[in-house]
Design a protein around this ligand. Structure first.
Ligand code: GLP
Length: 250
């Protein structure tokens, strides 16, 4: 596991975008596992710049981690909308396939099955992740057990509260979501988890330095052999007894 600590989210985002670029350049038909949330925005901004400067994405497929149940793709807080707005629409001629769970599917269990089958046929080269303040990845919430496959999840109170900042009110936050399971995440060839801000510091430290436990879902990443944590100083502040080092390899 590698831990990289940057002075600003913009520098961190540039670093992540160059990792994405390396994957796109080194694989014939690259598959990027993508995430949503405010944290990944600097990564997508920098990646869009690379695409404008000529990075060819015609053969690149994307597979997203999750979507709220009940939000249509045109809802401004849906993850479909987020991806269109912050990445897909900003890159001209990106014709590759783009997969996001359908949160308004009539048959949600069938939608989860379809998504899993798709992931099985399209192994992810690079999985980009954010992290919830409670340590969730995708929408795999802390629990006494974690599901391996794509499933419908009931969101925790902490996640609903935390994500309510994007909605008009807490009552507007969907109570359920579709998320890929930990298996899809851990099967990616390479994982990059990005976290910014002091509100993520506890989850980051518990995930990196604590024991592997299902009530800290991101601690599962300790089981993967190619994980890079990309942090700012605030999110790294509980690591190394508060001593911020620029690069930590464990
Ligand atoms: C949501 C997403 C997660 C994301 C998390 C963090 O809950 N399902 O995939 O990691 O938000 O969001 P933010 O980056 O806005 O803190």
């Amino acid at each position: 596991m590698r831990v990289r600590v940057f002075e600003t989210p913009d520098l961190a985002g540039l670093y992540v975008a160059t990792i994405m670029e390396q994957v796109v350049l080194s694989v014939t038909s690259p598959i990027l596992g993508l995430a949503t949330g405010s944290t990944v925005l600097p990564c997508y901004d920098a990646f869009c710049k690379l695409a404008h400067d000529g990075l060819d994405l015609t053969r690149t497929t994307t597979i997203n981690l999750d979507e709220y149940v009940g939000l249509s793709p045109s809802h401004p807080q849906s993850y479909h909308y987020f991806m269109e707005n912050h990445l897909f629409q900003r890159i001209r001629n990106w014709s590759g396939e783009k997969y996001i769970p359908n949160g308004i599917a009539e048959d949600l269990p069938e939608e989860c099955k379809r998504y899993d089958e798709y992931i099985k046929r399209h192994p992810i080269d690079l999985q980009l992740l954010g992290i919830g303040t409670n340590g969730h990845i995708g929408f795999n919430e802390p629990s006494h057990s974690l599901l391996s496959t794509t499933h419908v999840v009931t969101l925790s109170e902490e996640t609903i509260r935390s994500n309510s900042r994007f909605f008009d009110g807490i009552e507007d936050v969907p109570r359920q979501a579709i998320t890929v399971g930990v298996q899809a995440i851990l099967q990616a060839k390479q994982i990059v988890l990005v976290a910014f801000g002091e509100q993520k510091a506890r989850a980051v430290a518990d995930s990196i330095s604590g024991t592997v436990r299902t009530d800290v879902p991101a601690s599962m990443l300790q089981l993967h052999r190619d994980v890079t944590w990309v942090l700012d100083e605030a999110s790294a502040s509980y690591l190394n007894n508060g001593e911020v080092a620029r690069t930590i390899t464990e």
